[in-house]
Design a protein around this ligand. Structure first.
Ligand SMILES: [Mg+2]
Length: 123
């Protein structure tokens, strides 16, 4: 049986959705948007994406901190995680933690997910 990651982590802007939530988006959700964190949380809710996620770490700052918190919250070692992001600098930083990282050039899709699973556990 193929080894699977214990936790799969997705960036939001330009990975799960094709814009920056803090600068590019307009109504209908603008009415209740008071910060990028609330906006992002609301979009996850509107899209129904949050149903599929156990942890959310949404705030500005280093992804390294996000991953350290995720590991602490979940008890899952960093080497058991798979991460998708559209920014090279995040891939670079998070790779150094021992997380398997996949660059997402044009939004998340199924073949990238397959590529990530293959990179995590080469067959
Ligand atoms: Mg992004």
């Amino acid at each position: 049986m193929t080894k699977k990651p214990s936790l799969v982590v997705f960036d939001l802007d330009y990975t799960l959705w094709p814009f920056w939530v803090d600068t590019h988006v307009d109504p209908p959700f603008q009415k209740s948007r008071t910060s990028e964190i609330q906006g992002a949380t609301q979009l996850l809710d509107l899209f129904g994406i949050n149903l599929y996620f156990r942890y959310t770490e949404i705030y500005p700052g280093s992804k390294v901190t996000h991953f350290q918190r995720l590991s602490q919250q979940s008890g899952i070692p960093l080497c058991q995680m798979l991460f998708f992001d559209d920014e090279n600098r995040n891939i670079y930083d998070v790779s150094k933690l021992g997380v398997t990282c996949i660059l997402v050039p044009n939004g998340m899709n199924l073949s990238l997910l397959d590529r990530g699973l293959e990179a995590f556990a080469p067959s």
